[in-house]
Design a protein. Structure first.
Lengths: 110, 113
């Protein structure tokens, strides 16, 4: 069975500091990895997915199959980045559903 | 294009009762998934419906059941409610049996007392 681990419940940084939200996964096959974000009073939404290899709102994430990690990074945090971040895994193929980590709350202080 | 909408937004039920939660999928989406999010946890997959058939189920007992209608809207039913069923219930719609991006509703907060 697949599992997603986010070791930090809370990450608190100052504006302009670098941010790294950690995500590790266990899955025997070849997964798709995602980061979802939930801003205050808003619904859960997709931030980025590893197959698209794009930067969204300055965030990037690289899939490291050797370390089974998919850490989310941003070089300079902004106050509007404060939110709950969830790492999620989807098995490739049909009938695929998401397995989420427990989430990390990112707080960016001025 | 309308997004995923869920009703009601909040609900309080008594242990042992039954509850029905509703979800309207995003226009053009034929797949609906339901998730349970307990306090301090990430969303946990309950089941998925594609074209009115359940095609995937997580580790939830049979008292959690669902339906998908021809317009792709969906219901989640929970019988014999237990205190531990208190959670935020999320609905997500997508295309292609889950292969496409999942768009989430705002959730229904269920409290069992």
């Amino acid at each position: 069975a697949q599992r997603v681990t986010q070791p930090e419940k809370l990450l608190s940084v100052f504006k302009g500091a670098p941010v790294e939200l950690k995500c590790n996964y266990s899955y025997s096959g070849s997964p798709e990895l995602f980061w979802y974000v939930q801003y205050s009073r808003q619904r859960l939404q997709l931030l980025l997915r590893h197959i698209s290899r794009e930067s969204i709102k300055g965030f990037t994430a690289d899939l490291n199959k050797g370390e089974t990690s998919f850490h989310l990074k941003k070089p300079f945090a902004q106050e509007e980045d404060s939110a709950m971040y969830y790492c999620a895994l989807k098995r490739k193929g049909r009938y695929s559903t998401l397995t989420f980590g427990k989430g990390t709350m990112l707080l960016v202080s001025p | 294009e309308t997004g995923v909408t869920q009703s009601p937004t909040h609900l309080i039920k008594t242990r042992g009762q039954q509850v029905t939660l509703r979800c309207s999928s995003q226009s053009g989406h034929n797949t609906v998934s339901w998730y349970q999010q307990a306090l301090g946890q990430g969303p946990q997959f309950i089941f998925q419906y594609y074209r009115e058939e359940e095609n995937g189920r997580g580790n939830f007992p049979p008292r959690f059941s669902g339906l998908q209608f021809p317009n792709y809207s969906s219901e989640l039913n929970v019988n014999a409610l237990e205190l531990d069923d208190s959670a935020l219930y999320l609905c997500a719609s997508s295309v292609g049996q889950g292969s496409g991006e999942a768009f989430f509703g705002q959730g229904t907060r269920l409290t069992v007392v």
